[in-house]
Design a protein around this ligand. Structure first.
Ligand SMILES: [Mn+2]
Length: 379
């Protein structure tokens, strides 16, 4: 298996060269700090603390501990709205054909929005995603939305490296429909692996003329963890959904991005401009423009070091918000706490706040036996 985060890209001498973390230096994390994740489970030193330290595959018999009745404050089922009783019992509303039925009430006018959650890079780790969502009370034992009017943003990179990327996309699409019926939402950003996967499906082995040499999306996708079973199960509705994901969003003052890069600025000066530019590119442009977009959104580490806070402020000044929340660069690599080849699973206690507290990293490194992070904002 390839070391996580090592991107193999064409080099001018032919073949591929790794351009991952190995080439980076780890210096200047001024002001960085870890924050322990808040878990709804009770008691110290159980469940996820061990889970985090030992990695997701090491804890035999691990079962998430859930409160019997998740409170609405933590995204639980809001229960009947006793202040708005029906005068005539009409029975449950009928679902649209093909749409799941869910009995949750829509928010009334003036009601505050539900709690906000973000989910880091999933990369095909469907079982781990289900476990974390269940642990936070966001889905029930059958994998259905149980969070009422809660709001979730996935930060992108659903596929590649892990075993079931299409299963992850299917779950997120299902939760998007179910949450909307409940008066909440489940939304997602486009990560660089969405561009890579869509590019592999669309362009296959078609050569790309990049500045670094000749490549193809299919070759790059395979070298970066692409799973043949995902490509074989990719359907038109997946492509349609993935192609329309926004690249940036602003929620409760949090500027949500997949990648820790300022390359978004090259696509527009407002959030709609950037998202429209990416969608137009995906709809109309050729393989070289796709590849260029993929390359730009694969950059990383812009918020580290002495210049990091300035880079974050440039994004916040342009797009709004008071803090950036991103995925893409696994926390163990951002902190320099682990090297890809030392054989030890990294310790990821929770989201990583850095760049003078202006940035929150959410990729817990699930592909390297770290953590898949699901966290409530603000942190
Ligand atoms: Mn990524």
């Amino acid at each position: 298996m390839l070391p996580y985060g090592t991107y193999y890209e064409p080099d001018p001498n032919g073949g591929y060269s790794a351009t991952g973390y190995e080439a980076e230096t780890y210096s200047g994390y001024g002001g960085a700090r870890y924050l322990e994740q808040h878990w709804p489970a009770t008691g110290p030193d159980q469940g996820h603390t061990v889970h985090a330290q030992n990695g997701p595959h090491e804890q035999a018999g691990y079962e998430p501990t859930l409160p019997d009745h998740p409170s609405p404050a933590h995204g639980g089922h809001p229960g009947p709205q006793s202040d708005d009783p029906p005068t005539i019992e009409l029975g449950p509303p009928l679902a649209e054909p093909g749409q799941p039925y869910h009995p949750y009430p829509a928010p009334g006018p003036g009601e505050p929005p539900g709690p906000l959650y973000v989910v880091g890079d999933v990369h095909g780790y469907l079982d781990e995603l289900r476990t974390e969502l269940r642990h936070q009370g966001l889905i029930d034992a059958d994998g259905h939305w149980s969070a009422g009017r809660s709001r979730i943003w996935f930060l992108g990179d659903f596929t590649d490296r892990g075993p079931d990327g299409i299963g992850v996309i299917d779950l997120v699409m299902q939760l998007a429909a179910e949450s909307a019926a409940a008066g909440g939402y489940c939304r997602a950003l486009m990560g660089n692996h969405e561009l890579l996967f869509l590019g592999a499906a669309r362009y296959g082995d078609e050569p790309v003329q990049s500045t670094a040499g000749t490549a193809s999306f299919l070759a790059a996708w395979r070298l970066n963890g692409g799973q043949q079973s995902d490509l074989e199960r990719l359907e038109a509705h997946h492509i349609s959904w993935l192609s329309r994901l926004p690249a940036i969003a602003l929620e409760d003052g949090h500027l949500l991005l997949h990648s820790d890069t300022t390359a978004y600025l090259e696509y527009g000066e407002s959030i709609p401009e950037v998202n429209d530019a990416v969608h137009d590119l995906l709809a109309d442009e050729g393989v070289d423009e796709w590849w260029d977009c993929f390359r730009r959104f694969t950059k990383r580490f812009a918020f580290r070091g002495d210049s990091g806070p300035t880079a974050v402020r440039e994004l916040l000044d342009t797009y709004g918000g008071t803090r950036v929340v991103h995925g893409h660069s696994p926390i163990p690599y951002l902190t320099g706490a682990v090297h890809a080849d030392d054989g030890m699973p990294p310790h990821v206690p929770g989201p990583y706040v850095y760049a003078e507290d202006l940035a929150v990293a959410m990729d817990g490194g699930v592909t390297m036996e770290g953590r898949l992070l699901v966290s409530r904002l603000p942190i």
